[in-house]
Write a protein that binds this ligand. Structure first.
Ligand SMILES: [Zn+2]
Ligand SMILES: [Zn+2]
Length: 321
């Protein structure tokens, strides 16, 4: 495994592993085996062709991409069609899941962390900030725009951080009071409870009748997907970020031709944007609000229970305690 490296994990952020845990799955529902797909740490071992070396502080790109195809060369590792088979490569699944003391990966998936950035904050380059960062890049949302963000769990709250960093005006949507409050603390101008009244009308009232310029859907619910389409202004754009297996009905004339709406899917961020994402991590003053809980590995089940109960933003695991 000439181009692989091993890190000693300092922090492993949790994503939606708890859902698979309570469903009785052995993995976490992501394409790599084991629990967890986000981590930051220090390189402790590296093959002769690794691009990182022992002692390097790194954050892991969420992916098991091949690193060689045209899509990988473009930096969109999550969309690689030739993901590496971890077990076939290493003969074990140990170190595949990131909620672990040591993690191995092809070395190009480990991105360097500058001295002035803590590994804990760098770890937010996983699913805390990565998916919504990629979405905002694709939509090219900026300070003149209003962005609607539906679903204010860790990914949606990460979206508020990214949107606020760009100076974007944020309207959130979430029925849970804790999540709404956290988004307001982060600077959202309003958070709409979709179970109370007509949410499309409430967005229009907040946007001079036209709708939001852009929307980022982070909940995965069909109702929220529909709300984003209906509450985005004509010629605006919407990004699907929340994982969803459900079908959503679209009317080409009503939803696309008359509106001129651009719909994009976005799973994560492009490797070439890592430097920009680091600027968010370095300069945003909202990251402390994005991390709500820290648990030692010995209390992982309690962390899962906490996530299932709600009232969490990003939850971080220390695998050494
Ligand atoms: Zn590839
Ligand atoms: Zn994730």
């Amino acid at each position: 495994m000439d181009d692989w490296a091993v890190i000693r994990v300092a922090v492993a952020p949790l994503c939606t592993e708890y859902k698979a845990f309570y469903a009785g799955d052995t993995g976490d529902g992501s394409p790599t085996p084991g629990i967890g797909h986000e981590s930051a740490g220090e390189v402790v071992d590296a093959g002769p062709h690794s691009i990182v070396k022992p002692g390097d502080r790194v954050v892991m790109m969420v992916s098991m991409a091949c690193g060689r195809c045209a899509i990988c060369e473009s930096g969109h590792y999550m969309h690689c069609e030739d993901w590496r088979d971890y077990e076939a490569a290493l003969g074990t699944t140990a170190g595949a899941g990131t909620v672990s003391q040591y993690v191995a990966r092809p070395s190009f998936l480990f991105m360097p962390v500058p001295e002035d950035v803590s590994l804990e904050m760098a770890s937010l380059a996983g699913c805390g900030l990565g998916p919504s960062f990629g979405a905002l890049q694709k939509l090219n949302a900026g300070a003149f725009d209003t962005v609607l963000i539906t679903g204010l769990g860790p990914v949606g709250l990460g979206g508020v951080v990214n949107a606020r960093f760009r100076g974007t005006r944020v309207i959130g949507v979430d029925p849970a009071p804790w999540q709404a409050q956290r988004a307001l603390e982060m600077g959202a101008v309003a958070v709409i409870d979709p179970t109370q009244g007509n949410a499309v009308e409430q967005v229009r009232e907040l946007t001079a009748g036209h709708g939001a310029d852009y929307a980022i859907e982070c909940s995965g619910s069909v109702a929220a997907q529909r709300l984003c389409i209906d509450a985005t202004r004509r010629l605006g754009g919407m990004a699907f970020v929340g994982v969803s297996q459900e079908e959503i009905g679209l009317s080409v004339s009503r939803d696309l031709l008359r509106t001129g709406l651009t719909l994009v899917g976005n799973w994560h961020f492009n490797r070439q944007d890592y430097g920009r994402l680091l600027q968010v991590i370095r300069r945003s003053d909202l990251l402390d609000l994005l991390v709500s809980h820290r648990f030692p590995m010995s209390r992982l089940e309690e962390a899962f229970a906490r996530q299932r109960a709600g009232e969490t933003a990003k939850v971080l695991i220390d695998p050494w305690n």
